[in-house]
Ligand binder design. Structure first.
Ligand code: PMP
Length: 387
């Protein structure tokens, strides 16, 4: 029997073996990790809502009302009043006519792309788009084309050369490993010109950007019947699941055709109840977004002048480029020794030679905790950790 031990040893020799650490207790800046308290800059809990008492209370009330499991897929008998209410609230939150909820962002991207395009159609993907968008594009059977990162002119050329058939352009709104933003208004205009849909994955913008956290499309003031928004609920919303929002007719079609919606058990109704509570908090607590911006500015100021380049980013994602895989892992390990947990991200998640520390901030980090990280990186730079 092939047991993959050679492959695992090869990954280890390339510093590409991923480790999974056991966290005990709820999310937050301070985590208990295998018996040791760590200051974490790993989480996508950007607004610090994952353990919020109002969301936890809503989840408990939902469990009492609905029990645990949904019991069936949504199109059989799993779609509850809690799901129905949540979908209306999600549509309102992002300012689009209709929404459909999914069990995760990964599943939403697979399902939505496969529902919109297939054999004979074309899907055009930003080169740095998230793995779930690429997987969805491949699985759809449509012809897959890639355009250079955020290059709208090249996208227009690709679309102009597309054969007949449906066209779908997909992009992250906030790039998950770089923290930069897609030029959504320009992308939407080019898509409208070429009769293509634009699917925007707002996993890292929802709740963080736009008025009251309405997301990247709201921030860019993009409204078009060609545009669909996919949002995840396990990040800023602090819960789990995802949704796609857009024109009612498109959402109705996706409900009929998205295989990752049709052939899976609906997520627990109590989760929908908790998510409704989270949406209300996200819309209400503008101070969380303000705090996040202040912390990002503080971090960037603190890290200026260090030997590692901080990518330009105004979001919660602040990547520090190290370059070499082993060096990135060594830097993360040295921080861990100092009680600070920042993930090292290596290829294939990011392009070769651009291994990095992905620092992610949360509104519930304190300025002192951010200072602790910058002081640790400064002392490591002085010790020559970059050499
Ligand atoms: N899209 C992007 C851009 C992401 O970063 C992620 C999660 N890392 C997903 C989709 C998948 O979302 P989920 O975790 O809900 O499956």
């Amino acid at each position: 029997m092939h047991d993959f031990s050679d492959e695992l040893a090869h990954l280890a020799s390339q510093s590409l073996l991923r480790t999974r650490r056991v966290v005990d207790g709820p999310q937050g800046p301070l985590l208990m990790v295998e018996g040791r308290q760590m200051l974490s800059f790993c989480s996508n809990d950007y607004l610090g809502l994952a353990r919020h008492p109002e969301i936890v209370a809503a989840g408990i009330a939902g469990l009492q009302q609905y029990g645990m499991g949904a019991g069936a897929s949504a199109l059989i008998s799993g779609h509850s009043t809690a799901h129905e209410k949540l979908e209306e609230e999600l549509a309102r939150f992002v300012g689009l006519p209709a929404a459909l909820s999914f069990s995760s962002g990964y599943m939403a991207n697979l399902g939505v792309i496969g529902a919109l395009v297939g054999t004979g159609d074309t899907v055009v993907v930003d080169r740095l788009a998230h793995a779930s968008l690429i997987d969805g594009a491949r699985l759809s059977g449509a012809s897959l084309k890639v355009f250079p990162h955020n290059d709208v002119a090249r996208l227009a050329q690709v679309l102009a050369r597309c054969p007949v058939g449906r066209r779908l352009v997909v992009t992250d709104a906030v790039f998950s490993m770089d923290g930069d933003l897609a030029p959504l208004a320009e992308l939407a205009a080019v898509c409208a010109q070429h009769d293509a849909w634009l699917l925007v994955d707002d996993a890292h913008g929802l709740g963080v950007l736009g008025p009251h956290g309405g997301g990247s499309l709201a921030q860019a003031e993009v409204r078009s019947p060609h545009v669909l928004c996919m949002g995840t609920l396990g990040k800023a919303a602090g819960v789990a699941g995802a949704f796609v929002a857009g024109e009612a007719s498109l959402i109705a079609w996706i409900t009929q055709r998205a295989r990752t919606y049709m052939f899976t058990t609906a997520h627990p109704p109590a989760l929908a109840v908790a998510t409704s509570a989270s949406l209300a908090l996200m819309a209400r607590d503008d101070w969380r977004r303000e705090r996040l911006r202040e912390l990002a500015a503080q971090l960037r100021q603190g890290l200026a002048g260090l030997p590692w380049a901080l990518l330009p980013s105004s979001t919660a994602i602040q990547p520090l480029i190290v370059g070499d895989n082993a060096a990135a892992r060594a830097l993360a390990a040295a921080l861990r020794d100092r009680g600070i947990w920042v993930p090292a991200i290596c290829p294939p998640t990011v392009p070769k030679g651009s291994a990095r520390l992905r620092i992610s901030l949360s509104a519930v980090h304190t300025p002192e905790q951010v200072d602790q990280l910058t002081a640790a990186l400064q002392s490591l730079a002085e010790e020559g950790a970059h050499a």
